[in-house]
Ligand binder design. Structure first.
Ligand SMILES: Nc1nc2c(ncn2[C@@H]2O[C@H](COP(=O)(O)OP(=O)(O)OP(=O)(O)O)[C@@H](O)[C@H]2O)c(=O)[nH]1
Ligand SMILES: [Mg+2]
Length: 214
């Protein structure tokens, strides 16, 4: 019985995700589902990318958190359209939440829509939002073993960002092991190393998004 209920939930979500995907395609909106641990640098990466894009592309943001509007306020300060979703305990966003957010944001054609999912490396990977790009952010202080432990995240990613590279000298992070773990699951994902603190690597990441949104 329990399994049946879960299947129904997933079916309903997938149906709405398909509707979102159609809408994004019609409007040439690049929706980016950003998945990562709490504190890995999801919001920092969005802020850096907005800065790097300048006026080259329209950006809108959906912020997902269990509580608070802290992240949305940071985006708002840069003058970009943003909606904060509070899941009230839920560990992931779903397609219905994105549908409602997009109806309210009404992004222009060609917008890059960043969707910051709730911080964790498990639940968000199971829920299709209708996005065109899945971005996973890992950060140096989390350790190089994350791809070995949280496989589905890394398996599904179109793009992987390794953030906080400025901390590399202080952390026992084995870069080769990290890459090996990622590549065992996912041969195709683009991997970028960045530091949102120093800005290193951000321009290359921004260019990837500009190319992807053409
Ligand atoms: N040293 C260093 N700190 C960083 C970097 N990127 C982000 N931080 C810091 O890491 C902390 C968390 O960054 P956020 O961008 O808020 O992380 P998040 O993934 O959005 O966090 P949640 O929304 O709470 O899940 C902040 O104190 C940032 O200043 C980086 O490249 N280097
Ligand atoms: Mg955040």
């Amino acid at each position: 019985m329990e399994v049946k209920v879960m299947k129904n939930i997933m079916h309903a979500n997938d149906k709405l995700a398909e509707e979102n995907r159609d809408y994004f395609q019609k409007k040439r909106i690049k929706a980016v589902n950003i998945m990562a641990s709490p504190g890995s640098g999801k919001t920092s990466t969005i802020l850096r990318l907005i800065e790097a894009f300048g006026d080259k592309v329209n950006v809108a943001v959906v912020e997902g958190d269990i509580a608070s509007s802290i992240d949305a306020e940071k985006i708002d300060k840069l003058g970009k359209p943003v909606i904060q979703i509070n899941t009230g305990g839920g560990c992931h966003l779903d397609a219905n939440m994105i549908k409602a957010s997009v109806e309210s944001l009404n992004p222009d054609d060609g917008t890059i829509l960043f969707i910051e999912n709730v911080g964790n490396l498990v639940c968000p990977s199971s829920f299709d939002l209708g996005e065109g790009i899945k971005m996973v952010i890992a950060s140096v202080p989390e350790g190089h073993d994350k791809p070995y432990k949280y496989t589905s995240m890394f398996e599904l990613a179109d793009i992987i960002v390794l953030n906080k590279t400025d901390l590399m000298p202080y952390i026992d992070f084995d870069r080769d092991s990290f890459y090996k773990g990622v590549r065992a699951l996912n041969e195709k994902a683009e991997i970028f190393e960045v530091s949102c603190r120093t800005g290193e690597g951000v321009d290359q990441l921004a260019q990837w998004f500009l190319d992807a949104s053409k």
